[in-house]
Design a protein around this ligand. Structure first.
Ligand SMILES: Cc1cc2nc3c(=O)[nH]c(=O)nc-3n(C[C@H](O)[C@H](O)[C@H](O)COP(=O)(O)OP(=O)(O)OC[C@H]3O[C@@H](n4cnc5c(N)ncnc54)[C@H](O)[C@@H]3O)c2cc1C
Length: 434
């Protein structure tokens, strides 16, 4: 049996950020990872919003193993074979302090864990935390692992074990709120293409990258899609509601294949070779379905705490994992310094997250996951928008151009959209930005 001030379970972004902050304080910390190395088991789409690292890693952009800097961000709304795209690009995002970057997890996670190790954390790979150890008062006092004599005792355990957090469940921090309806399935193909082909097809130069988010591309299953560029590959994926998948009796790979054949996507990936296929769950419930974030001797961060924003034009989890993990590390150290690692002693964690972007963003966007997954946003609005675009851009001479108000009324009727719902949803959407 070994003893540390803090044991962090899971060397994803949340766990490495937590271990980094604990190690920097001079406290002892073990970072337990079930994979043979950090990142070996991890799946995501591909974009990291790195500004959260400003406070953690000086000049992080010079050190992070970046593939491309995202200078072009698009939202594509699809209906049948049609697509309407809002396409934004700026050179500002291609220079410090940057905005988003594509990075492979097999590069990102070892880099982040390496920072924690450099600061003094002990990385324990190829080790599964199998349960919680309890002290005489019932408080969490460490973790059991699958190694012989592998118990790790600690003043505070930080569970960063990802979306299906077995440790948070064992501690009873979920009161049935982590249900299938608040979890989506992400599947993705990594498709290899020569660098110059990617540059040409996505209109990129040098280390510029593109990030395309899609709506209306998942058939009868509520969800969305994404397409990101790496240096010599692109990541194409869909994010799908689990109950929606079950109800539609379809398979995720069939929906991804449909997306790959879409006329707006097929030319972008043509001739590419699929070099990886991966799938993973994503917490999607947002602020309204968070678990409790602290128990006696225990904190939860990242996906394990449901801190991921998978809502339409946002697919952000790594930044929330880094932000919450770092705060969990700081809160654990503060509680140890105060000599109170009970739930009360650790309560500062939630308060600090409420003050930071982590819960401020989740609070602000609390109604967005429900809105994005609604039938109107999934099925009716994409049809409405594509109908409108087609009518506006189509030249039907000798008939004169149609009036916009009439067009809107007709498209709304054809797509079963009630204007009062449209206005209400627009207000809900705007509140997210408000
Ligand atoms: C398809 C898809 C696309 C996504 N795209 C993006 C994107 O482009 N940008 C973005 O910001 N986010 C994206 N996300 C979300 C993002 O991946 C997560 O929010 C983020 O990885 C959460 O980090 P984490 O450290 O909390 O958990 P994870 O990254 O899941 O790390 C958990 C770690 O814990 C380890 N572990 C689990 N159980 C145990 C155990 N019992 N013992 C020891 N170790 C254990 C795992 O091996 C893993 O290393 C995407 C997710 C998916 C599935």
């Amino acid at each position: 049996m070994s003893e540390f001030d803090v044991v962090v379970v899971g060397a994803g972004p949340a766990g490495s950020a937590a271990a980094l902050e604990v190690a920097r304080s001079g406290r002892s910390v073990a970072l337990v990872e079930r994979g043979p190395f950090p990142g070996s088991k991890n799946v995501y789409g591909g974009v990291v919003y790195g500004r959260v690292l400003d406070d953690l890693v000086p000049n992080w952009w010079e050190r992070m193993p970046v593939e491309r800097w995202v200078t072009r961000r698009s939202t594509m709304v699809m209906s049948g074979e049609r697509a309407l795209t809002v396409d934004f690009r700026t050179q500002d995002w291609g220079r410090p302090p940057y905005n988003g970057a594509t990075v492979h997890r097999a590069d990102l996670d070892p880099w982040l864990a390496g920072l924690a190790v450099e600061a003094g954390a002990v990385l324990v790979p190829s080790t599964v935390a199998t349960g919680l150890l309890r002290g005489p008062d019932g408080a969490v006092a460490g973790v059991r692992t699958d190694r012989p004599d592998g118990d790790l005792r600690a003043g505070v355990v930080i569970a960063c074990d990802g979306v299906n957090s077995f440790l948070a469940k064992e501690a009873g921090l979920f009161d049935g709120s982590r249900q299938a309806e608040h979890t989506v399935l992400g599947v993705k193909e990594t498709i290899a293409l020569p660098r110059e082909v990617i540059d040409q097809r996505f209109a990129l130069r040098g280390d510029e990258g593109a990030d395309i988010e899609m709506l209306g591309c998942t058939g009868d299953v509520p969800g969305g899609g994404f397409l990101y560029t790496q240096r010599e590959s692109v990541s194409l994926g869909v994010v799908l509601s689990l109950p929606g998948l079950a109800a539609a009796r379809t398979r995720p790979e069939a929906l991804l294949a449909d997306l790959k054949r879409h006329p707006a996507i097929a030319p972008l990936v043509a001739g590419g070779e699929v070099v990886e296929y991966s799938a993973h769950l994503i917490p999607e419930g947002g602020y309204l379905h968070l678990p409790r974030l602290a128990g006696d001797g225990l904190l939860v961060a990242g996906d394990a705490a449901g801190l991921c924003l998978a809502a339409g034009i946002w697919l952000e989890g790594v930044n929330f994992a880094l932000g919450s993990g770092a705060q969990a590390g700081r809160s654990a150290v503060a509680a140890l310094d105060e000599g109170d690692t009970s739930k009360r002693g650790l309560a500062g964690y939630r308060k600090a997250l409420e003050r930071s972007f982590v819960l401020a963003d989740h609070r602000k966007l609390r109604d967005i996951p429900g809105l994005v997954m609604s039938d109107r946003v999934q099925r009716q609005y994409p049809g409405l928008l594509c109908d409108l675009a087609q009518s506006v851009f189509q030249v039907d001479n000798p008939r004169p151009k149609p009036g916009l108000r009439g067009l809107l009324r007709r498209s709304a009727k054809d797509n079963g959209v009630r204007l009062r719902h449209l206005v209400r949803d627009a207000v809900t959407g705007m509140r997210g930005f408000g």
